[in-house]
Design a protein around this ligand. Structure first.
Ligand code: V47
Length: 353
């Protein structure tokens, strides 16, 4: 079949061809994606020992899929003090954790300093701790709320010690779907513009895709191709992370949960299409640990990390509130036939387990 031959020849696919990949059977797709994975990473699977902190859930935006922000469905607003956040970082550094991943809601009451000063305080105490913080959605919110340009906010992030940007807030780039699921927050062009500017500063970031809700297969492919285009110019994305939609406690009325079959196809297709993004993360929080382990056979070479605390997806039903035990995680990767490699936040290998 011509499409399969094209993939084998590593030729780039169009939106129509990418969408047609879904019509191939799962094992054909898996084999094609696995060839790509093996060429890039062999049987190595990356993970990191990290800690998520979500400092506030008060949000001026209303995304229909979100169960995390304080709302009628989740009436428990909170905002952590810097002292509370620093106490967490003191504790994790004491236990050898190397990355802190800080993502908040869009809280209009705290002031810009509350968002930025904490990074500087963390860096002053723990210069070796990698701070992955502020999604493009937060950058856009801070720029609008405090009358700053994206350039100013990005420079302030760097000055205050942010090392890399997480991939959140990308959702689905198609404007129609985006308007329906998260109208009002950063739009697609702005999301991509913020990451382009970040990369132009020599910095790295990740990129996510929220799928399994109201989007079509073609919308997913369109999302991937927009990423591929930006990556051709900047090369700044480390990792693509498809996030499986979690359906509890939110306002997006999706009745049918996406199948494991469709999730695996999506991992495999993204490995094939995103030939310029080195890593594909099966984020076990949203895929379940078991499916993330299987996803290693369908292109995924990264399983995120131990996480310790997770508030955004667990609010929507994911079984991730308390992270996963390191020994168990490593054992599962080994038992599934892969080589667990602990990495730092920018994919330098720290240890083979
Ligand atoms: O942007 C919100 C998603 C994201 C739901 O960069 C939901 O390494 C599923 O981006 N069902 C935040 N997903 C998390 C994120 C992330 C996670 C892990 C690693 C990295 C990285 C980034 O969570 C949001 C949104 O797309 N999200 N609600 C939900 N109901």
């Amino acid at each position: 079949m011509e499409l399969i031959e094209k993939v084998k020849r590593h030729e780039r696919l169009t939106l129509e061809e990418g969408t047609a990949l879904y019509d191939l059977d799962l094992f054909t797709l898996g084999k094609l994606a696995d060839e790509r994975r093996k060429a890039l990473h062999g049987r190595r699977t990356f993970f990191n020992i990290n800690r998520h902190i979500n400092p506030t859930n008060i949000c001026k935006d209303v995304c229909k899929f979100c169960a995390y922000s304080a709302s009628r469905k989740n009436p428990n607003p909170y905002t952590m003090s810097h002292e509370e956040i620093l106490a967490i970082t003191d504790d994790i550094v004491g236990r050898g954790i190397r990355e802190v991943h800080i993502v908040s809601a869009h809280n209009p009451d705290t002031g810009l300093e509350w968002y930025l000063d904490v990074f500087r305080k963390i860096k002053e105490r723990h210069p070796q701790l990698h701070v992955k913080a502020l999604t493009a959605a937060e950058v856009h919110f801070l720029a609008e709320e405090y009358g700053k340009s994206y350039d100013e906010i990005l420079d302030l992030m760097i000055q205050n010690g942010v090392d890399s940007m997480p991939g959140g807030g990308a959702e689905i780039f198609d404007e129609g779907v985006r308007d329906y699921i998260c109208k009002g927050k950063v739009n697609s062009a702005q999301w991509l513009e913020i990451h382009r500017k970040w990369h132009e500063r020599g910095m790295k970031s990740n990129v996510t895709m929220l799928f399994g809700h109201v989007e079509t297969r073609a919308h997913r492919i369109d999302h991937m191709l927009r990423i591929r285009d930006l990556q051709d110019t900047t090369g700044g994305f480390n990792c693509f992370i498809p996030l499986v939609y979690q359906s509890e406690n939110n306002y997006l009325n999706v009745k049918e949960f996406i199948t494991a079959h469709e999730i695996l196809k999506t991992y495999a297709i993204s490995r094939i299409l995103l030939d310029n993004v080195p890593n594909l993360k099966a984020y076990w929080v949203t895929s379940t640990v078991n499916l993330a382990l299987v996803a290693q056979e369908f292109g995924a070479n990264d399983l995120d990390g131990t996480i310790e605390r997770e508030s955004i997806n667990s609010a929507a039903g994911a079984k991730s509130a308390n992270g996963i035990d390191l020994a168990e995680f490593v054992g599962l990767i080994k038992n599934s036939g892969f080589i667990p490699l602990e990495r730092d936040s920018v994919y330098n290998v720290i240890k083979e387990w």
